[in-house]
Design a protein around this ligand. Structure first.
Ligand code: FBP
Length: 268
C-alpha cells in the first residue's frame, strides 16, 4: 500500500469515483432508467462535476472518449470485467487490459481490478492481481481493488451471511491490504458498525463505498455519510448518479458530505 494522497483521484484524502463499467458488468439494462446514460459522452459530461475525482471505465470507453475530456476528468481504467450473459461455474473476471496499455496509451491516472474473494477462481485472480499490482508500482499509479466477496466459498459457508455481511466484507477488504491495493471498494454492509469493522482491518489503506442500486437522495446520502463517519474515504458510484436525469444536484450534496464532512440534514 502506498500513500496516494497526492494522486489526482484523491482530494483532501477522499474520492468520488464515477463508475461507468456497467455496460460490461450488467449490460444495457442499467441504462434504461435514463436512456441518455447509454451514451458515454453524456456520462463524461457528468464526470466534469467538481465532486468527481475520476471516472472508472473499461478500455474501449477510455480509448474512444477520454481524450476529449482529459483536461477535466481524471481516468481510472478498469483492467478486468465480465458480462452477465454467461453462466459461469463460479465468479471470475478476466483481464483485458494491461497496466502498460492503460498508462502509456490511455493516459490512466489509476487502475482498477475486481477481486472475487471466495470464488473457485480466486487463485487465478490473485495471480493476475499480483502482475497488475507490480506493474502499477513501476508506473506509479494507484491500484484500486473492487473487493467483492462472492462465490462458492461464501455461498456454501453457513457462518457467512452473504456478500454484504460485515465479516465477509471486511475479510475481502483486508485481502486488498495484504495483496497490495492502495484503495478498496467495498459493498456497504448496512451499518456504521459494519463499516467500522472494515476500517479496523485495513490499516492506512483507503476505502470507498460501492454505490449499489438506485435509491432516494436522502437514503443514498445517509449511507455515504455513515461510511464517512465510520472512517471511509468516499465512494465509487455508478447507478445512483447516471440513472438520474439531473445528477448534478446529488453531486453537489455528495461533495459536501464527502469532502466537507457535512451532515445529510445540512445538505438536503
Ligand atoms: P454502482 O454504484 O452502480 O453499484 O456501481 C458500482 C459497481 O462496482 C460498478 O463498478 C460495477 O459495474 C457494479 O457495481 C458491479 O455490481 P455487481 O455488484 O452487480 O457486480
Amino acid at each position: 500500500m502506498k500513500d496516494i494522497d497526492d494522486s489526482p483521484i484523491v482530494r483532501n484524502g477522499n474520492s468520488i469515483i464515477l463508475a461507468y463499467d456497467h455496460g460490461t458488468e450488467h449490460g444495457p439494462v442499467d441504462f434504461e432508467p435514463n436512456p441518455a446514460s447509454a451514451d458515454p459522452e453524456h456520462v463524461f459530461e457528468v464526470a466534469r462535476h467538481d465532486a468527481v475525482t475520476c471516472i472508472a471505465v473499461q478500455k474501449g470507453i477510455a480509448e474512444g472518449y477520454h481524450q476529449e475530456y482529459s483536461d477535466d476528468v481524471n481516468l481510472l481504467v478498469k483492467l478486468n470485467g465480465n458480462s452477465n450473459l454467461r453462466d459461469p461455474e463460479d465468479y471470475y473476471s478476466p483481464k483485458q487490459c494491461t497496466v502498460k496499455y492503460a498508462v502509456e496509451e490511455l493516459d490512466a491516472d489509476a487502475i482498477g481490478y475486481t477481486m472475487y474473494a471466495g470464488s473457485d477462481y480466486e487463485d487465478q485472480m490473485w495471480k493476475e492481481f499480483r502482475e497488475v499490482q507490480e506493474e502499477a508500482r513501476k508506473y506509479d499509479v494507484p491500484v484500486v481493488m473492487w473487493a467483492y466477496p462472492r462465490g462458492h466459498g461464501i455461498e456454501g459457508n453457513s457462518e457467512y451471511g452473504g456478500d454484504k455481511d460485515s465479516d465477509v466484507v471486511s475479510y475481502a477488504a483486508r485481502l486488498g491490504l495484504e495483496l497490495g491495493a492502495d484503495m478498496v471498494k467495498c459493498k456497504y454492509p448496512g451499518t456504521e458498525d459494519g463499516w467500522k469493522q472494515i476500517e479496523e482491518n485495513v490499516g492506512k489503506m483507503k476505502t470507498v463505498m460501492s454505490g449499489g442500486s438506485k435509491r432516494s437522495d436522502r437514503d443514498f446520502l445517509e449511507d455515504v455519510s455513515t461510511t464517512i463517519n465510520a472512517g471511509g474515504n468516499g465512494l465509487a458510484v455508478g447507478r445512483n448518479i447516471f440513472q438520474r436525469e439531473n445528477p448534478e444536484g446529488l453531486l453537489d450534496k455528495l461533495e459536501k458530505v464527502v469532502f466537507n464532512a457535512k451532515d445529510v440534514d445540512e445538505v438536503m
